[in-house]
Design a protein around this ligand. Structure first.
Ligand code: NOJ
Length: 745
């Protein structure tokens, strides 16, 4: 079928601009000089010391359009008052801040929220974050980060929504909806910013800021769609990436910023640079100096400059010399002003405290608790060791560096997070169990990186004496996040030795892992009997862990990323394209099976490493429950569809266990023969369903032919007739399969 331009699977973005709003913007712009306009394009950092002193005069003289990193309500309101009452044009300011996974109340990391596979949980989390931030004067957040992340070494995998384009796109939409609410002008709404446009998540070897190499196929089919999803949701802004895409750093990439974003997607919001990414164009080697960098970024379509001042210093002259057109400046400023009008800043510019701060705090903590509960993933549960039966435990050993650390459990990007709100696992468990159980708490290691096992004997004794032992392992918050990538993603410090020493005691061990990324767990997976992956779960991580360990609730999270066995397997993701020699069990050889001086051969060999099993340790979508779910009776109807029609895929889900629980059903599709090779499986639907013991529910998915489109070599979105395979199950390995045909019109 004929290629189309743009991703036609979604309606074109509609942030309807009313005639009245356009008139207000035009009337204001008619009063602005070139300098006034360029000032609106500056996002200025609130420096050290008093912001009133450092920024007051500049704002008064109309030289600043937006302020970064100021979260003191009184100071924000005073600067806003100066802008409105004392500057000549009275244009209010944007106040931007990284509100990534909560504000004072911290939700699980975005990667943890993604493990909930629950758009409503993600929306509700963003909503409380927006409300708390708005009360502090923030009206613009730099979230969601929608970079597809397939490399767990990359520190910012923590901030991502995982490796899958469909899941990330849906959850990103929910996050935008939460931040922006019903209307941007609602008191608890703040503008969202989808970042980092585009490709940042695929930096070479997971080194932050490194070069990216993304063929067109991957760019359009994998890396761009989550941005499109945010735009379709009405996201007010986008941020450029630090990275270089095919020789052009993103902040000067007109192919991305003009051709895709404006021409194909009709995006009418604003584009902001990342921090100093405009002057960095010269460090990349694209431009010779700040003047050239400012010209390149402005012409590419970057409307606001974050932190640096190349626009302020060079754009006016560049307009006069004809290097940047006045139309470019006017378009940028119109978009910025429009956002200020949409946020209601001309009518209600000042931040206000909550009417009932105590009630607001309680609501936020409840939202955080539910998000934490649904984000945790039960990876292993041998012999149904979990849940623990509180009634049968007299002595409990809680061991490891992260059992009682209210701060580290919050994770990265918590500038405004309040650690005094956090409840650690130790406190959560104590609160749940009351005084009935004797708890021995022994960190052994001071931090996750410590190597000193001097206290190990006491821990060994505690394990001997205990009826149950839970180890709290993982990474401190600072080991993931921006510029915190790791080449080795094993448990850091002496944690592996700690596990081995305790395993030698011979009693069952439960591991709760708090981390900002998938860690390589091969070296402990056989030494413990259960693993609950808690990510960095945020303020209410402790109560959520307690509820799951003791079966108040059943774990229901599923992995939004593949867990590799070894770093050498990276990148390892479920939706890869096939090779001509896929690693079937009969074609795989292990290093110890090769005879000495075996003759070289490639016959019968396939795509695998000699020294590690070719499968992941835990696949995308994996996550156990305290009950057992059985999938059966998959039906696909009708067997044939035409373009524009849809197919229904339904399945029976039976709870065969003894407790009610939630399961996340996943629908995968494969286009086995196409004009370009397509992934071996792609997620195309998911549903979180509660099923009571003995109950069977029938769950239906509907796939439209738009869901089957892909971007091909003719640079357009196409729908190709033929056979499509489908699978439904509890993870990406399900073999409950069906198929249907798409026939040409
Ligand atoms: C740099 C980061 O890449 C970006 O995501 C963040 O929003 C800005 N700094 C502002 O802090």
């Amino acid at each position: 079928m004929r290629p189309e331009t743009g991703d036609s699977r979604q309606p074109v973005a509609e942030r309807a601009i009313s005639a009245e709003l356009a008139d207000r913007v035009a009337a204001l712009m008619a009063r602005m000089s070139l300098e006034d306009k360029i000032a609106q394009m500056a996002l200025v950092q609130a420096g050290e010391g008093s912001p009133i002193e450092s920024l007051g005069d500049e704002i008064r003289s109309g030289r600043v359009g937006a302020v970064l990193n100021l979260v003191d309500r009184d100071a924000v309101n005073e600067l806003q008052r100066i802008a409105i009452e004392e500057s000549a044009l009275g244009i209010p300011l944007l106040f931007g801040r990284d509100v990534i996974h909560g504000f004072q109340t911290i939700l699980p990391l975005p990667l943890g929220q993604a493990a909930s596979w629950n758009p409503e949980v993600v929306r509700a989390g963003a909503r409380v974050a927006a409300q708390e931030a708005a009360r502090a004067g923030v009206n613009w957040t730099f979230a969601p980060m929608v970079d597809i992340a397939r490399d767990p070494r990359w520190g910012r995998v923590a901030e991502s929504l995982g490796e899958d384009v469909f899941l990330a796109g849906h959850l990103a939409r929910a996050m935008v909806a939460g931040f922006q609410g019903e209307s941007l002008s609602d008191p608890g709404s703040i503008a969202a910013c989808a970042k980092h446009f585009a490709g940042y998540g695929t930096s070479e070897s997971g080194r932050d800021y490194a070069t990216t190499n993304i063929p067109d196929n991957e760019l359009h089919n994998v890396y761009l769609p989550p941005f499109k999803a945010c735009i379709d949701q009405g996201a007010a802004s986008l941020m450029t990436s630090f990275s270089d895409l095919d020789g052009i750093p993103a902040s000067a990439h007109s192919g991305l910023l003009r051709d895709v974003l404006r021409d194909q997607w009709a995006f009418e919001g604003i584009v902001v640079s990342d921090w100093e990414s405009i002057p960095q164009l010269s460090i990349h080697g694209l431009t010779a100096d700040d003047r050239e960098a400012a010209i390149a970024a402005a012409n590419a379509g970057v409307e606001l400059e974050m932190a640096s001042d190349t626009y302020a210093r060079h754009l006016a002259a560049a307009v006069q010399s004809g290097h940047v057109s006045l139309a470019t400046i006017d378009t940028a400023v119109a978009r910025i002003l429009r956002l200020k009008f949409e946020l209601g800043l001309f009518e209600a510019p000042y931040a206000q405290a909550a009417d009932d701060p105590e009630a607001a705090q309680q609501t936020a903590l409840q939202v955080a608790r539910k998000a934490a509960l649904q984000s945790m993933v039960l990876l292993v549960n041998r012999n149904d060791l979990l849940p623990l039966d509180a009634g049968r435990i007299k002595k409990l050993a809680l061991i490891g560096p992260l059992a009682d650390d209210a701060y580290e459990q919050l994770g990265t990007w918590i500038f405004d997070g309040d650690p005094t709100l956090s409840v650690s696992a130790l406190d959560g468990i104590r609160e749940l169990l009351g005084g009935q159980v004797e708890i021995a708490h022994l960190p052994v290691l001071e931090t996750s990186r410590s190597r000193d096992l001097a206290d190990i004997d006491a821990a060994v004794a505690a394990v001997h004496a205990a009826d149950a032992t839970v180890l709290f392992l993982g990474e401190e918050a600072i080991l993931s996040g921006e510029a915190h990538s790791r080449a080795d993603i094993d448990l850091p410090g002496a944690q592996v030795q700690l596990v081995r020493r305790l395993h030698a005691v011979g009693k069952p061990l439960i591991a709760v892992i708090l981390a900002g990324r998938p860690l390589t767990l091969s070296n402990i997976v056989d030494e413990v009997d259960a693993i609950l992956y808690a990510w960095h779960p945020g303020s209410m991580g402790g109560p959520a862990i307690a509820d799951l360990l003791f079966g108040i609730a059943s774990p229901s999270g599923k992995l939004p990323v593949t867990f590799p066995r070894a770093v050498g397997q990276i990148p390892l993701y479920y939706n890869a394209r096939n090779t001509g020699k896929p690693p079937l069990p009969e074609t795989v050889v292990q290093i110890d099976d090769i005879p000495v001086r075996a003759p070289q051969t490639s016959f019968g060999m396939s795509a695998f490493h000699l020294d590690v099993d070719h499968t992941p340790l835990f696949c995308f979508g994996h996550g156990l429950s305290y009950t057992r779910f059985e999938y059966s009776n998959l039906q696909v109807s009708p067997a044939q569809i035409r373009p524009g029609e849809s197919v229904q895929i339904s399945v029976d889900l039976r709870n065969c266990g003894r407790r009610g629980a939630e399961e996340i059903l996943q629908l995968y599709v494969r286009d086995p023969v196409a004009s370009i090779t397509r992934p071996v499986r792609e997620l195309k639907g998911f549903e979180r369903v509660r099923v009571e013991p003995g109950q069977t529910v029938r769950v239906e998915f509907r796939l439209s032919t738009d869901d089957l489109k892909f971007y091909n070599r003719q640079r357009g979105w196409v729908l190709e007739p033929g056979r499509f395979q489908v699978w439904v199950g509890g993870d990406s390995n399900s073999n409950l399969a069906g198929e249907f045909q798409l026939i040409d019109a």
